[in-house]
Design a protein around this ligand. Structure first.
Ligand SMILES: NC(=O)c1ccc[n+]([C@@H]2O[C@H](COP(=O)([O-])OP(=O)(O)OC[C@H]3O[C@@H](n4cnc5c(N)ncnc54)[C@H](O)[C@@H]3O)[C@@H](O)[C@H]2O)c1
Length: 340
């Protein structure tokens, strides 16, 4: 079985990707410092998969630990999720973000070169597009000035990868630009575990419905969108996980020295009110929300053109918005009032 290192593998997207990897015949090895995840995720994965999962508690910034893990395992590829991801915190503490997100990538690339591991899938984000002028947004759309240090780390990491491959490095790399990952594993064993007040819409909805938050504020309903609220492309985390497996398989078939970027979204945009309606439908609960003023810096509407990933990777999303909301809600019910 080919071993794939998953940095940040105990986190939201990494844990679901571990499931998809096992189900596709790979052996995931998790490296996580558990700064934004819980050790219980490992046991949850083992229950879903009915197999032991190899994992290391280590920090991607600790070069010696990373080298040691590479020396103990023969990896066929790496998926690099580990990063800090809170936009607001990145504004307050930019150096933490540049260090954790950019330096960790450099350390990883060095270790991969030293141990002859060629293939890397990198977690990027649709945030690199800002507010696109033409929708749906395709990979050839020029990236915009980042709105936050977090967003800038994704742009910088993409540039590092592009320049590295331009230099002739014998590596094969894909950067996936995620749109808005939501949902959870249908078993309710793993899901999103936001620490403190969630910055994303869906955990805020489910926590409000669970009574952890009092009320959801919808930021603005007078935008130029079907119902005036902001539009995003919400993708089920298991579909996103599958895109990583397809990316790894695609990289194995490429020539040495390869870099490309792919959007990962459903290709559909949904408004905030549509997401709330989907939640109310699948949960049978009425959500307590109010319309508030617009929030500065919000992208009004964005959704993905997914032609490239469909054509080149043979990937298509399987889950609907309602599937995602049902799985997110079941996960919240399982968590109960945790995450207060
Ligand atoms: N969730 C989203 O909405 C979204 C959107 C676009 C891109 N991304 C990117 O996808 C990746 C995964 O996101 P997620 O939502 O699963 O986040 P997450 O916080 O749930 O997972 C990240 C994991 O990385 C670990 N980690 C962080 N720094 C580390 C370090 N230095 N060493 C070892 N482990 C470390 C954390 O403990 C956590 O388990 C991140 O790179 C994020 O920027 C996420």
């Amino acid at each position: 079985m080919k071993k794939i290192l998953i940095t940040g593998g105990a986190g939201f997207i990494g844990s679901h990707t571990a499931v998809s990897l096992v189900q596709s015949g790979f052996e995931p090895v998790i490296l996580d410092n558990f700064s934004n995840s819980d050790h219980s995720v490992i046991g949850s994965l083992e229950r879903i998969l009915e197999t032991k999962i190899k994992w290391y508690e280590a920090d991607c910034l600790d070069r010696d630990s990373v080298r040691e893990i590479f020396s103990e395992n023969e990896f066929a590829g790496v998926i690099h999720f580990a990063a800090s991801k809170a936009v607001g915190e990145s504004v307050a503490n930019p150096l933490k973000y540049y260090r954790n997100n950019v330096e960790s990538l450099l350390i990883l690339l060095d270790a991969m070169a030293e141990y002859g591991v060629k293939d890397l899938v990198f977690s990027s984000s649709c945030t690199v597009y800002g507010q696109p002028e033409i929708l749906p947004v395709s990979e050839s759309t020029p990236r915009q000035e980042a709105e936050s240090p977090y967003g800038n780390t994704k742009k910088i990491c993409e540039d590092i990868l592009r320049d590295y491959i331009k230099s002739g490095a014998k590596s094969r790399i894909v950067a996936l630009r995620y749109f808005n990952p939501i949902g959870a594993h249908p078993s309710s064993e793993i899901g999103e575990l936001p620490k403190g007040v969630p910055a994303n819409l869906v955990p805020f909805i489910t926590q409000t419905a669970a009574g952890i938050r009092q009320q959801l504020t919808v930021f603005g309903d007078d935008y130029d969108t079907p119902d005036g609220t902001c539009v995003r492309d919400y993708i089920h985390v298991l579909d996103l996980a599958d895109a990583h497996v397809k990316s790894i398989q695609y990289l194995f078939k490429q020539q040495d020295t390869f870099y490309d970027v792919f959007n990962v979204g459903t290709g559909n945009g949904n408004t905030v009110l549509e997401v709330i309606k989907a939640f109310e439908k699948v949960s049978g609960k009425k959500l307590n929300y109010r319309i508030g003023p617009r929030r500065e810096g919000d992208v009004v509407k964005t959704w993905a053109n997914t032609d490239k990933i469909k054509n080149l990777l043979g990937w298509t999303p399987k889950y609907s918005l309602e599937d995602s909301m049902r799985d997110a809600w079941n996960w919240q019910v399982k968590l109960g009032s945790a995450g207060k």
